[in-house]
Design a protein around this ligand. Structure first.
Ligand code: ATP
Ligand code: ATP
Ligand code: MG
Ligand code: MG
Length: 288
């Protein structure tokens, strides 16, 4: 094909292929959501509608982009994990990040009215930033996921206590901050219980644990599949035949995408769901 004399400008494009054989995590985060919360009167500390909307948008992203194995969300952020063998967009960072951010944002806005039927959106519209980080092994990936869930717990315990002091206790924000400065988790639990009769353990799981989104297959017995070691030893992605690939695609398409609020720090979650690390679809659960 004849090229124009302008074609040379293509050479200015920089390559941004992400490191091969690493777990790609794309984390997106709402831009200026502190202001957005105030504008749309989000309930503090946790607006359930806003969390459900984030989860619905993430579920749509995971359903549409088959290379995502698992996603984890809390507050105005979501992390999307690509298996280390993923070849999506030849692993070009800007293509991957921009696709996730725009798909997520599009669904967030499309689904807004479902979750906020009485509060129409007006400019500036919600938007998200995004970045990709590569993690070399399963331990690093799991530590990343654990870091986000631990963050969810720490923030939620703080916010629950802070807003109880303000909303129920009538304490002003400055004094509440002072009361909480330097306190440990046990102190906050005690403060919640003695002052407000709130047992933190009984707070909704979605607030305490955040949300995990993944394709659901039949659970396996923990300890029967040592996937992590096998996956870490993989040098190159296993080449599947066309038939195998089609078969995997079909099983992925059949699987239900689930939104769950469970512990992802302990081994149990990963051991029962070997497909998250192996990238091999499990058995479709029988209809009950
Ligand atoms: P930036 O653009 O730098 O991300 P930001 O204002 O979005 O700025 P974050 O650190 O991302 O800052 O914090 C998000 C804020 O939105 C937090 O204060 C968090 O409590 C609030 N928020 C997010 N989701 C909810 C929700 N479902 N209910 C109540 N508050 C929420
Ligand atoms: P990728 O996902 O890799 O970006 P793509 O199919 O979007 O794939 P592009 O290189 O972005 O590929 O090319 C966009 C295509 O859409 C081109 O073929 C272009 O001619 C066509 N196109 C874009 N805008 C218009 C338009 N307004 N009317 C008709 N065709 C258009
Ligand atoms: Mg934000
Ligand atoms: Mg945030």
């Amino acid at each position: 094909m004849a090229n124009s004399r302008f074609e040379y400008v293509k050479q200015f494009e920089q390559i941004d292929h992400l490191l091969p054989n690493t777990w790609i995590v794309v984390r997106i985060d709402g831009r200026g959501f502190t202001k957005l919360c105030a504008k749309y009167n989000f309930e503090k500390p946790n607006d359930r509608r806003a969390l459900d909307l984030m989860n619905a948008a993430a579920k749509a992203v995971v359903s549409e982009i088959h290379d995502i194995t698992i996603a984890y969300g809390v507050s105005d952020e979501f992390s999307f994990v690509f298996h280390k063998s993923s070849a999506l967009f030849e692993r070009r960072s800007s293509k991957i990040v921009s696709t996730i951010v725009s798909t997520f944002t599009a669904y967030y806005i499309h689904l807004w009215a479902t979750y906020f039927p009485d509060t129409p959106l007006s400019p500036p519209l919600p938007s998200f930033d995004g970045r990709a980080v590569c993690y070399p092994n399963v331990q690093n990936l799991r530590d990343y996921m654990s870091w986000r869930q631990a963050d969810c717990h720490i923030n939620n315990l703080y916010n629950t206590t802070f807003w109880s002091l303000v909303q129920i206790g009538g304490v002003n924000a400055k004094d509440a901050e002072k009361l909480l400065s330097g306190t440990l988790a046990a102190d906050k639990n005690e403060m919640l219980f003695s002052r407000f009769h709130i047992n933190y353990n009984n707070e909704p799981e979605i607030f305490k644990k955040g949300s995990v989104v993944y394709r659901d297959y039949e659970l396996v017995e923990p300890g029967t599949h040592d996937v992590a070691t096998a996956v870490d030893q993989l040098g190159e992605p296993v080449q599947q035949s066309k038939t195998q690939e089609d078969n995997i695609k079909k099983r992925r398409a059949k699987a239900r995408v689930l939104v769950d609020h469970v512990d992802i720090i302990k081994d149990d979650f990963w051991e029962r769901r070997p497909w998250l690390l192996s990238n091999k679809p499990g058995a479709i659960p029988k209809e009950t």
